[in-house]
Design a protein around this ligand. Structure first.
Ligand SMILES: *[C@@H]1O[C@H](CO)[C@@H](O)[C@H](O)[C@H]1NC(C)=O
Ligand SMILES: *[C@@H]1O[C@H](CO)[C@@H](O)[C@H](O)[C@H]1NC(C)=O
Length: 252
């Protein structure tokens, strides 16, 4: 009786191991893979990123990556004490929409030095979320709290990923040091509802003023937007590099 139950228990363990091995996600299930010695490696990685865009709306559950279109940043704050724009502001549940249509231009993959540079462009991206702001923009005081939206057009973005070699269980991994995403926009339209406690005349004036002076406003917002987008994309890259060894991501 005892030996019987032990045998069936072993059987169950073997069965479980077989099932989980067949369910284990492979890099090739998610990504279009590129051979590391492909003379067209950069072009291949470009195609692979373009193919990945179709996953942006629903995320990549195998990597526990949430939607990238829209991306959601739970909270970002900006504390700008001096200069033409001196504001204290917080954005909550900031949604960023539009990245499914990102175009990929130059890709430079330098695997031996653990570096990748990716030039991208985007016709527009749109954000919405709740704001809380107090301060001064050029000559005008600004204050309020409520919903806001903005649309950024003719966008160029450059991603730089740097890392170092990590060996785990005899496999080589891309240990990510950083990923920076630097965004430049051709134009920004920024709108805040309910400024000045809902005073419509003052609010309309401020929104028009921000549109006329969008360059000054965007210059202050840029580091915050760059960091928000970088944080989310860094998470995707890190989950990928932590899960799959380079032998699998870039087979020989
Ligand atoms: C953002 O602006 C572009 C260019 O004017 C427009 O085509 C696009 O529809 C706008 N996006 C949203 C979500 O309104
Ligand atoms: C690690 O890889 C080397 C070279 O391929 C091999 O000689 C060695 O036996 C491997 N060690 C383990 C623990 O798998």
């Amino acid at each position: 009786m005892l030996s019987f139950s032990r045998r069936s228990c072993t059987g169950a363990v073997v069965l479980l191991a077989l099932v989980s091995a067949s369910l284990a996600v492979k890099a090739g299930d998610i990504f279009k893979l590129c051979k590391r010695n492909d003379p067209q490696l950069n072009e291949c990685v470009k195609e692979s990123i373009l193919a990945l865009r179709s996953t942006f709306k629903n995320g990549i559950p195998e990597l526990k990556v949430n939607s990238l279109d829209p991306m959601v940043v739970s909270e970002i704050s900006l504390n700008q004490g001096s200069g033409p724009v001196s504001i204290k502001s917080t954005f909550k549940d900031l949604h960023i929409k539009g990245f499914t249509d990102v175009q990929i231009h130059n890709v430079k993959v330098d695997l031996p030095n653990y570096r990748m540079d990716i030039d991208t462009s985007l016709d527009w991206f749109y954000t919405w979320g709740d704001y809380d702001i107090k301060g001064q923009i050029l000559v005008l005081p600004i204050s309020g709290t409520g919903p806001s939206w903005s649309n950024y057009t003719n966008v160029k973005g450059r991603a730089t990923i740097t890392g170092h070699e990590v060996i785990k269980k005899n496999k080589t991994y891309f240990g990510m040091d950083n990923m920076l995403f630097d965004l430049d926009v051709g134009h920004a339209t920024i709108h805040m509802d309910n400024l000045f406690n809902g005073n419509k005349v003052l609010g309309d004036t401020m929104n028009r003023f921000m549109s006329d002076n969008w360059k000054v406003v965007y210059a202050e917002l840029k580091p915050v937007i760059d960091e928000a987008v970088s944080t989310l994309l860094r998470d995707v890259a890190k989950k990928t590099f932590d899960k799959f060894p380079l032998e699998e991501l870039f087979p020989k």
